[in-house]
Design a binder for this molecule. Structure first.
Ligand code: FAD
Length: 76
């Protein structure tokens, strides 16, 4: 990660989940000269106990890595 976060880019992708990372990868491969910012709300999970062992992932629901368990939906 750069020490200073750039304020402009050719592409800004919000959300570094599966879809966001796939879009970022495809855009980078198709446009290697273009700049890109990928904004992710969650913490960096690398090295977290729930991400280092595959079977531990089942405990991710309602853990500190699970942002969506704390969301509510209007139903509309
Ligand atoms: C515990 C758990 C286990 C799962 N196991 C499996 C499995 O074994 N196999 C399978 O196929 N699927 C599994 N899923 C489902 C799979 O994770 C989702 O279907 C998939 O991640 C959806 O991809 P996505 O890109 O739509 O959303 P996500 O991968 O959730 O990505 C969305 C990203 O956007 C970020 N974000 C949200 N709001 C903002 C904002 N305002 N600003 C910046 N960033 C933001 C979030 O932090 C998140 O990282 C599991 C899900 C959970 C919760």
């Amino acid at each position: 990660m750069p020490s200073e976060i750039p304020t402009t880019a050719d592409y800004i992708i919000v959300g570094g989940g599966l879809a966001g990372c796939a879009v970022a990868s495809r855009l980078h491969k198709g446009n290697p000269g273009k700049s890109m910012i990928l904004i992710e709300a969650g913490a960096d999970p690398s090295g977290h106990p729930l991400t280092t062992e595959p079977l531990h992932s089942f405990a991710a629901h309602y853990s500190d890595l699970d942002l969506y368990s704390y969301c509510s939906y209007s139903g509309r």
